[in-house]
Structure formats: structure tokens, C-alpha cells
Design a protein around this ligand. Structure first.
Ligand code: WT7
Length: 629
């Protein structure tokens, strides 16, 4: 357990142009936070009132540790908030969705078109016997029909469970079984780097021994009739023939489940995180509008996949509830070349861009000549999520993509939290390496394992002290696991991350607390040592683990990917070791450095240190179903 370790913090700050705060919905952060503190329920009620409710709530929240209910008694439908609201309010012909595929393919949907498509597919699902509360598993490529299927489930009250289409049959099977899915929606193929990935055959394997599954809905990527292989299969478009395109939204209780999402699991068995309707929508809408400052005329591009929480909240429910234009693309960041993403920003005039540190570091590695070719002047705000954005990557992102102009929102949150929790709100000074401060509505702190606050600049555990609307409600089939989040320290939500706070209350997230390395009694966060390595000009990406050491208990072992133009050598090993020594101190000096071409990552881009560790120790790595190929 990590407490009491000193962290060296850099004091560099970046000040955004004052116009950002002046034009933002949030306004002055400190004022907004004080408003929240003076009346938390009133604050959230105000945010909830910006949405459409069929029946208003009787009570803002009921907190009965460890269970929370939000907007009790309220009735609403989330698809109606994302579609009907805009169609009725003069935005029907506004672009909702732009899809860009490989080889120049593209498609667009106005809000009205999306609304119609969702209602048709919702009626088709009803025809298949889907009822409110049924679980529907989506295993789809990132095409418009994926978004349509999500919204159609939400419209009729079916609970979606999206499984990222990069997962294999075993991982899919486990998730279908755990959720007892009635229907699986998939496509014949996905496309990646010009290659076709057969999805349907993976589903065929995955549904074996899954008695809950009644039908498999298959989308033909080319929209031609699907050749059906079994009684179970139906064609995504054929089932829509003859159905009405009117489908009134199901009246959902605020606490009715909206979706289950299995966490990516860098640390073990996946957990089915359950989110409900009212609180989740309020969280997604609030953070899009007040934190991302998303406005109707924004073109928002979040590079995640709907298979992750980031895609749920910041491709679909948040941006559409705000009425923005959402860009989705199947393209990979380096195919056909590493300029593709920047070309899309130029082409579609993307204004708000949201990606992950793993992508940023990949782009750093291939060099700035790629983004430099494109006009990125449409960008207003750039964001990051998923892992610590180390200072080196922050500076590169700010300079090369943000062109020294766009504020960076390094957003810390989790599948479990549903929405952004910690970031640097527009207008506040940005400190590279620090995610920032708790957003208004969130009470977060860094404490020791007894729950006592730790002094500034000393590491500890990140906790959330008060419930928030978009918090998970339970772990599906595992209420005890849910409870664990809340009883590690008193009544607070223990996040599972190590963090450190500075005098201004800025929080730096150091990594998962189970990734801690203890060298001679000193606790080191993996992220800290990795940041030090990446700050060396030769290093593109690094991962460190603890290995047993007779003298020190544990020693640091580093795995390093070099930037283009650098070759592995003994001299470089010495140089990097020295560099870490000078940056953090002798205690962090790696006892070994291994050069790699690739690091093992989850499909969402997080480094799986336990796989490196298992390999190093010659032991079984355990469940690796979430590992990228
Ligand atoms: C874990 C949650 C939230 C969507 C993506 C991941 C790490 C996330 C940051 C950040 C440092 C971060 C944490 C967290 N994480 N964002 N900005 N800085 N670390 O969702 O798969 O549920 O993972 O990702 O360790 O606990 P997830």
C-alpha cells in the first residue's frame, strides 16, 4: 500500500487565452465550485433541469451507503433527449453524425435522419421480441448503425452491453453469458487497415453454450442482403422492412438500467459496470456542456470506440444530448499513413478533439512532419483520457496539435464514474502532468490508507468523497464487488489509483495502485518512472515493473520503445539509467532496461504491466483476453 512518498513536481504552467473562460458555460471555476458546495442537490437539480423529463423527480438523491439513487421518481428517455429534443427544437436538419470509413467512404445523418433510423430499428427489435430490461449485446464495427443500435436499445428500454469488436470469441462469450444477452447485434465484417475482419464467425463461436441468445442480428457492411447461415441469424435491414418509423420513447424510471459495460481490466477479471438512465444522462450532458464547453455548432471528434465508456459518454450520449455534430471514423491513426487523423480534422473542421496518451505518444514517435502538413486551425479544445498524460506528451500535444493555442483537457475518470471527474477547467492554468482539479459536482481528495489527508506533494490514494449522478450503481451479478469500492476507506469511493496533490489542489494521477513498486521501502508509481524515461529524447514509450531484488525488495525493470532514428545500445542503457537517476533520484534507477518494438496493451491502449511482469518472472499471466494482438 502506498502512502508517504515524495514526488518531484514540475511547476511549469500554461495560461489559456482569457476568451476561453469568458465564452464558456462554466465561467469561473472557483465560483462554480463554491456554488456546488453551498447546495450540492440544488446544483445537480439545475443541471438536470436542462434536459427533457417526462415526469420530474421528487427527490434529487437518496444516499444509503453504498447505494445511491438519483432524481428519484423522475421519468425520461435518453434517446428522446438525444434526438426528439433537437428535432422538435428547430435542429432537425442539423448534422448529427458524420462517418468516415477507409478509402474515402463517408456518410452523414442529420438529426431527423438519425431519429427516423433509430425508431425503425427500435421497432425491428420489438418485432424480435425485445422488451424493456432485456440485455442486448453489441459487437459491431464503428459504423453509423452501431450508434443507431445503441440509441434504439435506449429508446425501448433494452439494456445494451457493448463489446469492443477487437475482442476475441472467448472474451465475447464471457460477456454474453454474464449479461445473459437475448440478442447479439453484429456485422458480417469490420475493416481495419484495408483488411476485412470477420466478426460474424467470432460471434458464432462466442454464442456456443450461451442459451440466453435467441437471435443474432447481422449487418451487411455493404448493405447488401445478408446470406443467413442459421435459424438464429436475421438481417439488420431485412427486419426493418415494413416496420413503422414511429416509435414513441419508452418511459424509463431515472434508476432503470441503461447499459452494462465490462471494464477493460488491466488488473484481472472484467467487471460488468451498470449505469442507470437519469443520473448518467445528467453527468454526460453536464460534462459535455460545462467541461468540454461543447456547443451546438461544434464538430466533436472523440477517437475512442463505442466499446469503451469514453465512446458511450463522449461519442454518443453526451455530444448528441448537447446537439453537437459528432464525427466517427473507422480509420486507424497510422493507415494509410500517420497523417490521416490530421487530414480529417482539416477536412471536417473538427473543433473539439479528444484522444488518448497512447495515440499521442505514437504520433510523437513518428514525428511532427505529419501534423505539420495540415491546417488544424479549426481546433478549439483538445482532450486526453485513459492514462496519465506525461509532461513530455502534454507539451508535444499542446505545441504540435494545439499550435500553442488550444487548452488541453486532460480528463481523469473511469468506466465506473461515467463522466469526467478531474480535469483543468477552461480558463484555469494548466500544469503538464497534472490532470487538474475536481470539477464542480465532484469531491475528490488524496489520502493515506486510513483516510487522512496527505500533505501536498506526498503521494496517496485517490478517493471520491460524495456520490455523483453518473456513478455506477452496481457490478452486474456481483454486488459484493461493488461494495468493495466503497468500504476500503470509511464511506468513500476508492478509485484504485495513486495520486499526488500540489499546494493549489491540482491532482497528478500516478497510475493504478496495484502498479506500485516498492524499492528499499520507497514507493514509486510506475507512471512517474515512465514519465522520466519518456522525457529523454530517445524514448517514445516506456513501461516499468517491479522485479524481486535481494537487497532492495524490489527493483525497477524498464521496457522501452525508441523513437525513430535511435538504435538500442549499451551506451543508451547507461544514458537512460543516468537520466532517471537525475530526474527522480537513485531509488528509481532501473536495474535493467530492455528495448522493445511493442508493449503489451489492452485494446483500449493501456499498458498491461502484469503481462510484462509475468513474462519476466516466467509465470502464467492470468486472464489475457483483453490483450491487444
Ligand atoms: C483508469 C480507468 C475513463 C475512460 C477511459 C478509461 C486511468 C483514465 C486518466 C487520466 C491518468 C487516467 C486511471 C483510471 N485514467 N484517465 N486522465 N490520467 N490516468 O476508463 O478503462 O475504466 O480506466 O484509467 O487509472 O482509474 P477505464
Amino acid at each position: 500500500m502506498a502512502d508517504n512518498f515524495d514526488v518531484k513536481l514540475d511547476n511549469k504552467t500554461y495560461i489559456p487565452d482569457p476568451s476561453y473562460q469568458a465564452n464558456s458555460a462554466l465561467g469561473d471555476y472557483k465560483k462554480a465550485y463554491a456554488e456546488f458546495l453551498s447546495d450540492p442537490d440544488g446544483f445537480w437539480a439545475g443541471k438536470a433541469r436542462e434536459l427533457d423529463w417526462i415526469k420530474p423527480w421528487d427527490k434529487v438523491k437518496e444516499w444509503n451507503w453504498p447505494n445511491a439513487r438519483w432524481f428519484c421518481g423522475g421519468k425520461l428517455n435518453i434517446s428522446a433527449n438525444c434526438l426528439d429534443r433537437h428535432v422538435k427544437n428547430g435542429r432537425r436538419n442539423k448534422l448529427a453524425l458524420i462517418w468516415k470509413g477507409e478509402q474515402g467512404k463517408e456518410e452523414i445523418y442529420t438529426y431527423r435522419q438519425l431519429y427516423r433510423a433509430v425508431m425503425r430499428f427500435a421497432n425491428a427489435l420489438k418485432k424480435l421480441g425485445v422488451q424493456k430490461g432485456d440485455r442486448i449485446c453489441l459487437y459491431m464495427p464503428l459504423v453509423p448503425e452501431h450508434i443507431i443500435a445503441m440509441l434504439a436499445c435506449a429508446r425501448i428500454g433494452a439494456v445494451h452491453s457493448i463489446v469492443y469488436a477487437g475482442f476475441g470469441a472467448e472474451a465475447l462469450h464471457a460477456r454474453i453469458r454474464d449479461a445473459q444477452a437475448k440478442i447479439v447485434i453484429t456485422a458480417d465484417v469490420g475493416v481495419r487497415r484495408g483488411k476485412l475482419i470477420p466478426l460474424r464467425s467470432i460471434v458464432d463461436d462466442a454464442v456456443k453454450n450461451s442459451p440466453s441468445v435467441e437471435k443474432i442480428v447481422v449487418l451487411s457492411r455493404e448493405r447488401c442482403p445478408v446470406e443467413l447461415y442459421s435459424e438464429m441469424e436475421v438481417d439488420f435491414y431485412a427486419i426493418q422492412e415494413g416496420v413503422s418509423d414511429e416509435c414513441p420513447p419508452e418511459e424509463m424510471d431515472s434508476e432503470d438500467p441503461l447499459f452494462i459495460l465490462y471494464t477493460s481490466g488491466t488488473t484481472g477479471q472484467p467487471k460488468g459496470i451498470v449505469h442507470t438512465t437519469g443520473g448518467y444522462l445528467v453527468g454526460a450532458h453536464y460534462t459535455c456542456k460545462y467541461i468540454f464547453d461543447l456547443k451546438e455548432n461544434d464538430v466533436h471528434w472523440c477517437t475512442a470506440d463505442p466499446g469503451w465508456i469514453t465512446g458511450h459518454s463522449y461519442i454518443v450520449y453526451g455530444p448528441l444530448s448537447v446537439g453537437a455534430t459528432v464525427l466517427i471514423t473507422e480509420t486507424t491513426p497510422d493507415y494509410p499513413d500517420p497523417g490521416i487523423w490530421w487530414s480529417l480534422i482539416e477536412e471536417f473542421g473538427v473543433t473539439v478533439f479528444y484522444t488518448a496518451p497512447t495515440a499521442i505518444r505514437m504520433f510523437m514517435k513518428v514525428g511532427e512532419q505529419w501534423p505539420d502538413k495540415y491546417n488544424l486551425s479549426s481546433l478549439r479544445i483538445i482532450g486526453s483520457v485513459g492514462e496519465p498524460l506525461n509532461p513530455e506528451a502534454f507539451e508535444w500535444y499542446y505545441r504540435v496539435i494545439g499550435r500553442n493555442r488550444c487548452p488541453i483537457l486532460d480528463t481523469w475518470w473511469q468506466t465506473e464514474t461515467g463522466m469526467h471527474m478531474i480535469t483543468t477547467p477552461l480558463g484555469q492554468p494548466m500544469k503538464p502532468g497534472f490532470a487538474g482539479v475536481p470539477i464542480p459536482g465532484v469531491v475528490a481528495d488524496v489520502v493515506d490508507k486510513e483516510g487522512n489527508p496527505v500533505p501536498a506533494r506526498q503521494g496517496g490514494l485517490l478517493v471520491i468523497k460524495e456520490p455523483w449522478p453518473s456513478m455506477m450503481r452496481t457490478v452486474y451479478n456481483n454486488p459484493d464487488r461493488y461494495k468493495q469500492y466503497w468500504n476500503q476507506i470509511k464511506n468513500w469511493y476508492t478509485v484504485g489509483d495513486l495520486a499526488v496533490k500540489d499546494e493549489d489542489g491540482y491532482i497528478m494521477v500516478l497510475g493504478r495502485s496495484d502498479d506500485i513498486i516498492i524499492v528499499a521501502g520507497h514507493n514509486l508509481g510506475t507512471a512517474e518512472v515512465e514519465s522520466a524515461l519518456v522525457s529523454h529524447e530517445a524514448v517514445a514509450e516506456a513501461a516499468v515493473i517491479g522485479v524481486p531484488d535481494d537487497v532492495k525488495g524490489q527493483a525497477v525493470k524498464a521496457f522501452v520503445i525508441l523513437r525513430q532514428g535511435y538504435e538500442p545500445s549499451q551506451k543508451l542503457v547507461s544514458e537512460l539509467t543516468y537520466h532517471v537517476r537525475m530526474t527522480i533520484g537513485p531509488i528509481a534507477m532501473p536495474s535493467g532496461i530492455e528495448f522493445m518494438d511493442k508493449l503489451p496493451k489492452t485494446r483500449s491502449g493501456k499498458i498491461m504491466r502484469r503481462v510484462l511482469k509475468a513474462k519476466e518472472m516466467g509465470v502464467d499471466p492470468g486472464d489475457i483476453s483483453t490483450l491487444e494482438e
